[in-house]
Design a protein around this ligand. Structure first.
Ligand code: COI
Length: 354
């Protein structure tokens, strides 16, 4: 465990905050003044430091650049009207990060050190946390291999870092998505459950093709048969059919979303019937045609709850019921907002106050 006294803090000489236009934030393009950095050397994590946001210096033979030992997380901090800062489920994100680390032969990062470092960083950059509705401070912890060698083996040294950025909604419009039956994001036995950089790299080409066809995102199907839905590029996937919230069951090829888990719990709290199981493309497309598909949405930290209005399937666009007619996802979004803002009690212990 790292004593917070040990966190070296070097403050920026000049804050960039006055240059920021909070009304027009592009996701992930505006970074707060400071970042946290910790190195893993000689088999142990060194005490973290908080330093001004800036470039890293890397060897041209850095193994993460060559073989992709790189993982990340996404979580959010909020500031309420009285200026109180809270973070949503940070322990869940660190747990998942350490599962990703294990799969990619990287060292786990200690929870206590993570929470203490994150709190220090947020205290220092508190003025960067937006307060307008729908906005937040996106927190990006990540880890990558360091060192210099080209042999294919797990690295001996790593860097853990946290950068943060004020953000608005990731998607500014309701989504048009396409069922992907040619390319695969992952397969059972692969590392789709890990939040690993490589999973995102492999998704770019199919996503680019979908964008050229007028869709915002893909609905990935399983890599073996393409008969079952898995997740969407930046989000987990949920459907409401016959008043039941249905979502693909987790597997080694699906990211175990913290927002997914939260939504399932909130739905159960409301007495909504929830099914986590294999969800076939045939079932959903049939429901879209016979009118029993009431809602479809993606959920994730960045995406929050993003309504799907159109599903493209084998060249035909299926229009889903209007967002105004939807009952479940808007209610679940409100429930989640109420917990995050402190308007209702956090009975699940999801909030960490700073
Ligand atoms: C998140 O929701 O935090 C994500 O990581 C999605 C995306 C921006 C990669």
């Amino acid at each position: 465990m790292v004593d917070t006294q040990q966190i070296q803090i070097q403050k920026t000489a000049k804050s960039r905050l006055p240059e920021v236009d909070f009304a027009s934030l592009e996701f992930g393009q505006t970074f707060s003044d400071h970042m946290l950095v910790a190195d893993y050397v000689n088999g142990e994590w060194q005490a973290p430091s908080i330093i001004p946001f800036g470039d890293f210096s890397l060897s041209p033979a850095n193994p993460a650049l060559h073989y992709g030992q790189a993982i990340f997380e996404g979580l959010k901090a909020y500031k309420n009207e009285s200026g109180e800062i809270s973070v949503f489920r940070p322990q869940a994100n660190l747990r998942r990060m350490n599962l990703s680390a294990d799969r990619l032969c990287m060292p786990a990062y200690p929870e206590e050190t993570f929470l203490e470092g994150l709190k220090e960083l947020l205290r220092l950059d508190a003025a960067w946390i937006p307060t307008t509705s729908g906005s937040s401070l996106y927190i990006r912890p990540y880890m990558f291999a360091t060192g210099a060698y080209l042999g294919v083996k797990p690295a001996d040294s790593y860097r853990f870092a946290i950068i943060t950025c004020p953000v608005n909604a990731y998607y500014s419009t309701p989504l048009r998505v396409k069922v992907e039956e040619t390319f695969a994001r992952s397969v059972e036995g692969g590392f789709g459950f890990a939040k690993a950089a490589g999973n995102y790299a492999g998704s770019l080409y199919p996503a680019k093709k979908a964008l050229e066809e007028g869709y915002h995102q893909l609905l990935w199907t399983d890599g073996k048969t393409h008969e079952y839905f898995e997740e969407s590029g930046t989000m987990n996937l949920m459907f409401v059919i016959n008043d039941t919230l249905i979502t693909p069951a987790l597997s080694t090829s699906i990211l175990s979303g913290v927002t997914r888990d939260t939504i399932i719990q909130l739905a159960k709290d409301r007495g909504i019937k929830v099914e986590e199981r294999k969800v076939s493309v045939a079932e959903v497309m049939e429901a879209a045609q016979n009118g029993t598909l009431q809602e479809a949405f993606g959920c994730g930290t960045a995406a929050f709850i993003s309504h799907i209005v159109t599903i493209g399937f084998r060249g035909t666009d299926f229009q889903l019921p209007s967002i105004e007619s939807r009952q479940y996802s808007p209610q679940l979004a409100k429930d989640l907002d109420a917990i995050r803002s402190g308007a209702v009690a956090d009975t699940h212990g999801w909030i960490v106050k700073i």
